[in-house]
Design a protein around this ligand. Structure first.
Ligand code: ARG
Length: 471
């Protein structure tokens, strides 16, 4: 018998039960649901809907249920259709008639919205923290390899030489935006739906802003219909994780390339590489390939949720139960990718000598000769044309651009630009890959990171104690 079986003459058919039950996946929400219920009880006491003694009994029962879950001795009853019903059923078992008062002035609709928001607030904080950790790894590699140069690519063709730190910091900036986005989403979802009831509030006198405050939310809902149906926070979080996943996929794709014999810019450590079951010599970058692959799944989770939401009328519909698994999955997957990529990067060796040879490819000096001509007054298009002809000559005569320039009376004065590292060191515009702007960029990155970390610490601080330790 479910807790709502009063108006029914028969139990649920097994086909419907299997479709409808969500305990099998939402039981992980137990700490969030219990925290929400404890705040709800305090609200009921304050509203004098339960006595102080009853409140104490209810809170003790909820704490006991929490301990049962933590000690892995909570037993699901056959009628527990979801985590909310399971906890309430157990509270009633433990506290008798007083337990039956727990659901006063509450519906599972505002309850589940509250529980899942608390889970998501915590998940967002964890993803942001792990992303900051990966940023630190990337920045650290740049610091330790300040003189490593490599070619920068467009269209995957060598374009201009750059510093390894500039390259890794480009990834770090994308990840910083991901953290920023997660924290923005955090701010928007920081609204408590508890007290909205099934959809229209309640005739009982409760104070939603009190429980909101008790739970560490910034505010309480202002519209009960919106409160129980809003899943923007799930969609936003899934998007933020999907975009983060796309950034991690880009990093993965690059690691795959860099660790090939063809590029050989980097070598994975043995503990972050994988072997082949048949070919003894193989050392594969599965870590990077899986980082690349997981992004598809993360985008799929976002797409699935948006399609589920599309077309739902106000307010709560059971479809909304399908919001959980995509987020659970995206959260778990992205945390694994962040940790694995961090480990792979941190333990990888950069083959600076190999990268330097590629970074000193004479063709990449072409733009520097053109820019020298520009600073001597030649219009850029003409300079481009002149250097383009030199490049054409080098290609057809199978000589290096450096040799062609050295032997050309009009251009021979530019031969010094081909010295190793010279082209790169001359790049001085703000935000460029030259060593001059590296310091300023490093400072700005560190300041941005510190600002985000402070915001994150503040968000984590606001979470209820029981939740802060949950993952
Ligand atoms: N397990 C449900 C969910 O996740 C709880 C809400 C059920 N509400 C209802 N009116 N049937 O959405």
């Amino acid at each position: 018998m479910t807790l709502w079986s009063g108006r029914f003459s028969s139990a649920m058919g097994s086909g419907l039960w299997d479709l409808s039950e969500s305990y099998s996946f939402d039981h992980v929400l137990y700490p969030y649901d219990i925290v929400g219920s404890k705040a709800h009880v305090r609200g009921l006491v304050r509203a004098e809907l339960v006595s102080a003694d009853e409140g104490t009994t209810l809170i003790a029962a909820l704490d006991e249920v929490l301990t049962e879950f933590r000690d892995d001795r909570f037993t699901r009853s056959a009628s527990d259709e979801d985590i909310h019903m399971a906890i309430e059923r157990r509270v009633i078992e433990l506290a008798g008639d007083v337990g039956a008062k727990l659901h006063t002035a509450r519906s599972r609709n505002d309850q589940v919205a509250t529980t899942f928001r608390l889970f998501t607030l915590n998940a967002v904080a964890h993803v942001a923290t792990a992303t900051l950790d990966l940023i630190d790894v990337l920045v650290g590699i740049g610091e330790r390899n300040q003189d490593v140069h490599l070619p920068g690519y467009t269209h995957l063709q060598r374009a201009q030489p750059i510093l390894l730190s500039h390259h890794l910091n480009a990834h770090a900036w994308a990840l910083l935006r991901d953290v920023d986005r997660l924290l923005d989403a955090h701010d928007r979802m920081n609204v408590s739906p508890l007290g909205a009831g099934a959809l229209a509030g309640t005739s009982l006198f409760i104070d939603p802003s009190y429980v909101a405050q008790e739970l560490g939310f910034e505010s309480a809902f202002t519209n009960s219909l919106d409160a129980v149906s809003d899943r923007d926070f799930v969609a936003e979080t899934l998007f933020d994780i999907a975009l983060l996943g796309v950034h991690l996929s880009r990093m993965g794709e690059e690691l795959v390339l860099w660790t090939t014999a063809e590029f050989n810019f980097a070598t994975l450590s043995d503990d972050y590489a994988t072997g082949s079951s048949m070919l003894p010599q193989k050392k594969n970058s599965d870590v990077a390939e899986l980082a690349r692959a997981k992004s598809g799944r993360l985008v799929g989770n976002l797409t699935g949720l948006l399609v589920m939401l599309k077309g739902l009328p106000l307010s709560y519909n059971r479809d909304l139960q399908e919001d959980k698994e995509p987020l659970f999955d995206s959260y778990r997957q992205v945390m694994m990718v962040l940790a694995a990529l961090g480990g792979a990067y941190d333990s990888m060796t950069f083959n600076g000598d190999v990268a330097a040879v590629a970074a000193d490819d004479p063709f990449m000096v072409a733009i520097d000769i053109a820019e020298e001509l520009v600073s001597q007054g030649v219009p850029f298009r003409q300079a481009h044309e002149q250097v383009g002809r030199l490049v054409g000559e080098a290609v057809t005569s199978q000589r290096t651009l450096c040799d062609v320039v050295r032997e050309h009376p009009d251009f021979e004065r530019f031969v010094g630009l081909f010295e190793p590292g010279v082209a790169l060191s001359r790049r001085r515009s703000p935000g460029s890959s030259g060593p001059q702007s590296a310091g300023a960029q490093r400072d700005l990155l560190a300041r941005t990171r510190a600002r985000l970390e402070e915001r994150l610490a503040h968000d984590i601080d606001a979470l209820p104690d029981e939740i802060r330790s949950s993952t």
